[in-house]
Design a protein around this ligand. Structure first.
Ligand code: A2P
Length: 271
């Protein structure tokens, strides 16, 4: 699929914020807009996309299927409802938001397989161009692939300094599954971190830009969320420098220093 190297996250963007953030993002070069039914702001996203004046074909719009809609028929209806609320004919990328995990479901393999059949059918019918997953650990993907006809093009998971999911990145790279990073700034909590601050002085970049560049140099597409046009502009100015190997290694080794820190295997709040 066509995949920009950075996108705008829209979790927690309220109606008014989205209508400022999305036009600002499009104006400074973003083309990938990451949304989800669970964010509860699809109607605002619709208005914001219209306000941005962007040509639809130039945008890559992602949406996600929520956990209560994993049954085949429910998934089809949920996608159609999301399209309607967002005012679109198709999503460029449609993702399963969270895997069903064995900690909660004895029949997790069947649940994920049925859900993926619905995703394949949505793609076949042209409602979505590409399909993928979020928050799938390698073993979830291994099981999914036993019955899947289509390989997920994307796995989107939490990735930021202090939360370096090297195994999942390697697994995806080996299978040509693109990685997208949610909360690449650790929900904003990494921006005063000491290691990152020293690097920001060294490279004359902000700590946010250091985090984003670190994701990109691990071949992940960061999806920073921001409601602030100045932050949005700053977050895409990450193509004019490169972190040296030693600095990448120093960030790789950072202990958990903020962010959600979710383990998809044990998380229960979203199931
Ligand atoms: P704001 O909306 O005021 O920009 P993450 O994407 O890791 O979840 O982080 C999102 C948080 O980081 C938001 O609180 C957002 O606040 C903040 N943020 C995003 N970009 C920047 C930036 N360049 N500088 C400072 N804070 C930022």
């Amino acid at each position: 699929m066509r995949m920009p190297q950075i996108g705008l996250g829209t979790w927690q963007l309220t109606g008014c914020e989205a209508q400022v953030a999305i036009p600002a993002a499009v104006n400074c070069g973003y083309r990938l807009i990451d949304t989800a039914a669970a964010y509860g702001n699809e109607t605002a996203i619709k208005k914001a996309i219209l306000l941005s004046g962007a040509v639809r074909e130039d945008l890559i719009i992602t949406n996600k299927l929520w956990n209560t809609k994993r049954k085949y028929d429910d998934a089809i209806v949920a996608c159609k409802q999301s399209l309607k609320r967002t005012g679109l004919d198709y999503f460029d990328l449609y993702l399963v938001h969270w895997p069903a995990s064995p900690a909660l479901y004895e029949n997790w393999i069947e649940i994920n397989a049925e859900c993926w059949r619905a995703m394949e059918s949505l793609q076949h019918d042209g409602l979505v161009v590409d399909i993928g997953v979020c928050n799938f650990l390698p073993y979830h993907l291994d099981k999914l692939m036993e019955t899947a006809s289509v390989v997920p093009v994307v796995n989107q998971f939490e990735l930021h300094p202090g939360f370096y999911n090297a195994d999942a990145i390697r697994y995806c790279r080996e299978r040509n599954i693109a990685v997208q990073a949610w909360s690449p700034l650790g929900e904003g909590s990494l921006l005063l971190n000491k290691v990152l601050t020293l690097l920001s002085l060294k490279y004359n970049k902000t700590t946010a830009q250091i985090c984003l560049r670190w994701c990109m140099q691990h071949d992940a597409v960061p999806l920073p969320k921001s409601a602030n046009p100045e932050h949005i502009r700053q977050n895409i100015e990450v193509f004019d420098f490169k972190l040296l190997d030693d600095d990448m290694t120093a960030i790789d080794a950072m202990p958990f220093s903020g962010g959600a820190g979710f383990d998809p295997d044990t998380i229960t709040i979203f199931q």
